[in-house]
Design a protein around this ligand. Structure first.
Ligand code: RIB
Length: 296
């Protein structure tokens, strides 16, 4: 069983379904509202656990009702919460999400996630040391992203940096990642490159190996050598929220099978994840992934 450590955010997702997006200053009627568990860190932890990994999450919730509910949900998914702290007099992270026209718009308020510190990550050293792979995203303070990359390097563990939501990062930090997993837009921002630059050339000059996600078109990956393409799997998409998180989790869980196999499974798991509503709603179990792969 693979062991995965995830350093990242925990949010309550406040999801509105509508037939279209509202314009600025334009109130419209939505179709449905629901609260579901999310946050890139929590989503990746849940996806990895459903795929059969032993998972530990390093993160923070507030001392509010959302925080208690989010912890309960993660426990039910068998995620180890020994390093999820509860911050006093602080709210939990939230994401206001509108799903319309087959897309989503998301605004995240980090709240407790902004209180994940490098010291907390150092305290989780033995958990990171026992992991086969470490996942980190960018909904926690950048100094904590850096701390995760540096600790992973020190421990000789592969760190997968999912640079979302993205911003330009120092090249020295990027070099510490075993894999970067941006989409094309994120890779351009991460490298401070022109938005029009071809993704193949961006991948070539990235300071670390890149697994580039392309939505329904699958993924491109490059680890030295030439870039290779994994086609996407055809499904009927209901909600794409959390597809990237499922992709990253599967990549970490199956990394020991080699990059091409891991990317193929990551594309398949991500495809399954969009067939149901909510970030965590469609994340497949290992059995569901295994049943889907031969038929896909
Ligand atoms: O990647 C999807 C996630 O992004 C959502 O669950 C939301 O919480 C935001 O963090």
């Amino acid at each position: 069983m693979a062991r995965v450590a995830v350093v990242g955010s925990i949010n309550m997702d406040l999801v509105t379904l509508a037939s279209r997006f509202a314009g600025p200053g334009e109130p419209i009627l939505g179709e449905r509202f629901l609260t579901v568990h999310g946050g890139k860190g929590a989503n990746q932890a849940v996806a990895a656990a459903r795929l059969g990994a032993e998972v530990a999450l390093i993160g923070a919730v507030g001392d509010d009702a959302f925080g208690a509910e989010l912890r309960e949900g993660l426990s039910r998914e068998n995620v180890d919460l020994a390093h999820v702290v509860r911050i006093a007099e602080c709210g939990s992270g939230t994401a206001s999400i509108t799903v319309a026209e087959g897309e989503n718009h998301i605004i995240v308020v980090p709240a407790a996630n902004a209180r994940v510190t490098p010291a907390q990550i150092e305290r989780a050293q033995s958990t990171l040391a026992s992991a086969d792979a470490i996942l980190v995203q960018m909904e926690i303070p950048l100094e904590s992203v850096e701390a995760t990359l540096r600790l992973g390097q020190r421990l000789g563990k592969p760190v997968i940096l999912n640079p979302a939501p993205t911003q330009k990062l120092p090249v020295e930090w990027l070099k510490l990642a075993r894999y970067l997993t941006p989409n094309q837009h994120e890779l351009a921002i991460l490298l401070g490159a022109d938005a029009d630059e071809d993704f193949q050339s961006l991948m070539q000059r990235a300071p670390a190996p890149v697994v580039l996600t392309r939505g329904g078109d699958g993924a491109w990956y490059r680890d030295g050598g030439d870039a290779a393409h994994q086609a996407g799997f055809k499904v009927d998409a209901v909600d794409t929220t959390g597809a990237g998180d499922t992709f990253n989790a599967a990549l970490a869980v199956f990394l020991h099978e080699g990059l091409p196999a891991a990317v193929r499974k990551a594309c398949a798991a991500a495809a399954l994840s969009v067939t149901r509503l909510g970030a965590q709603g469609g994340m497949p179990t290992r059995a569901e992934l295994e049943a889907f792969l031969p038929s896909a």
